[in-house]
Write a protein that binds this ligand. Structure first.
Ligand code: AMP
Length: 388
């Protein structure tokens, strides 16, 4: 492909994707709303713009005339994608996928109502009265999330009556964009949660990566491991749901499909039509091709003969604990990098704030090795890196 690729969203996932694309000879323009974003540091060109502004987005597309538009975040005026598709530009994986997954309502209704995929019971609310009714209808405990938000912003669990008002206010304060609507979901008492990286192709079958287990705090991932041990029945159920939902949304690329594994079966939670943060564990060499390489091949219509599990791996996030307004300094790398069968990736973000993800530690070992030990090691290495 001789044309340009416009990457919308230039975080750590975008950075690894740019590297994968460039290794296949591609030319990438990295976009985000701040200067010095990780992917911009390695791209051929970059643009700083408000990606929620239709005018600014149109201007970048008109200027670069890309062959491919690759969204890497949700925070984009995705309604414009349908028009870009009419102009002959390919949106990855499809305009519909990017648009539907930006808003929890579209994707949840598609999965639960149209496709009959099992999800937690849910209801929507736009006012405090509707909200209270929804909480009582679903029952407590329940989980509250703004329809448009990310990284757990505005999300909380209601366990008792007195918490309803605060949960409503918190959800509103965490809502992104102009949409003031929330989803109230039944609490799934899950045993574990997994991400099933799923690759759809134009010229090949849908491929499933070995499942990834992960642990969340504050609605954000803290550590992930691959493979997570699921029964064949659980895996088949998850793969079947992932196939249905990705087929309905269309296009080629990698998808992070999230599930809860509970005593009474597998629940679909949500999906992102792009590399997934928990999938950073594939940077530990767990698979023959990491999630960024798989995405790059799929969107360029290049063959993927197979996905193999080569070793067991763990990723643990390195978080900032303070506000830093200039390029942060990293210490402790000498110690952390001294460990065998492990690695540290620093994303190079230009500033920091409490809980911002700044890097990741990676550990790996034999497929049959001790996962608990690997997880402990990854957590220890992540904690050794200090940001100031
Ligand atoms: P989400 O932003 O929807 O991915 O939610 C973030 C995290 O909150 C999930 O990974 C779960 O750990 C937790 N969570 C979300 N929805 C539910 C639910 N219905 N029941 C239990 N936990 C949930």
């Amino acid at each position: 492909m001789a044309g340009k690729i416009v990457l919308l969203g230039s975080g750590e996932l975008g950075k690894e994707l740019v590297i994968a694309l460039q290794r296949l000879g591609q030319y990438v323009v990295a976009c985000d709303n701040y200067l010095g974003a990780p992917a911009m540091q390695v791209a051929d060109e970059f643009e700083v713009l408000n990606m929620l502004s239709a005018t600014e987005l149109d201007a970048v597309v008109a200027k670069h005339q890309p062959q491919l538009i690759v969204p890497e975040v949700e925070n984009i005026r995705t309604e414009r994608f349908y028009d870009y598709e009419k102009q002959g530009i390919t949106v990855v994986p499809s305009g519909k996928a990017a648009n539907y997954t930006m808003n929890r309502k579209l994707i949840r209704d598609l999965a639960a109502k149209e496709l009959g995929v099992k999800t937690a019971p849910y209801q929507y609310a736009t006012t405090a009265e509707e909200f209270e009714k929804a909480v009582h209808h679903i029952g407590m405990p329940c989980v509250v999330k703004p329809l448009m938000s990310s990284s757990g912003k505005g999300q909380s669990v209601i366990k008792k009556e007195e918490e309803i008002e605060a949960a409503w206010q918190y959800a509103l304060s965490g809502s992104r964009g102009d949409l003031q609507e929330v989803i109230v979901e039944g609490f799934v008492d899950f045993i574990s949660e997994i991400t099933l990286l799923t690759v759809t192709q134009h010229n090949g079958p849908t491929l499933f990566c070995p499942p990834i287990g992960h642990r969340q705090e504050r609605g954000d991932y803290q550590e992930s491991w691959q493979p997570s041990r699921q029964t064949e029945a659980e895996l088949a159920e998850a793969q079947n749901m992932a196939q249905k939902v990705t087929e309905a949304l269309g296009g080629a690329g990698i998808w992070g499909v999230e599930f809860f594994i509970a005593k009474d079966g597998v629940y679909f939670s949500e999906l992102s039509p792009r590399p997934h943060d928990t999938g950073m564990v594939t940077l530990a060499g767990t698979q023959n091709l990491n999630e960024f390489e798989l995405h790059a091949r799929a969107i360029l219509n290049l063959p993927i003969p197979e996905v193999t599990l080569d070793r067991q791996g763990v990723s643990a996030v390195i978080l900032a604990d303070q506000q830093i307004d200039k390029r942060p300094n990293y210490s402790g790398l000498e110690r952390a990098l001294n460990a065998s069968q492990s690695d540290i990736r620093i994303f190079g973000k230009p500033t920091a704030r409490p809980y911002r993800r700044m890097g990741v530690s990676l550990t790996y070992g034999n497929v049959d090795g001790d996962l608990i030990l690997l997880r402990k090691k990854a957590a220890k290495l992540a904690a050794q890196v200090k940001i100031s």
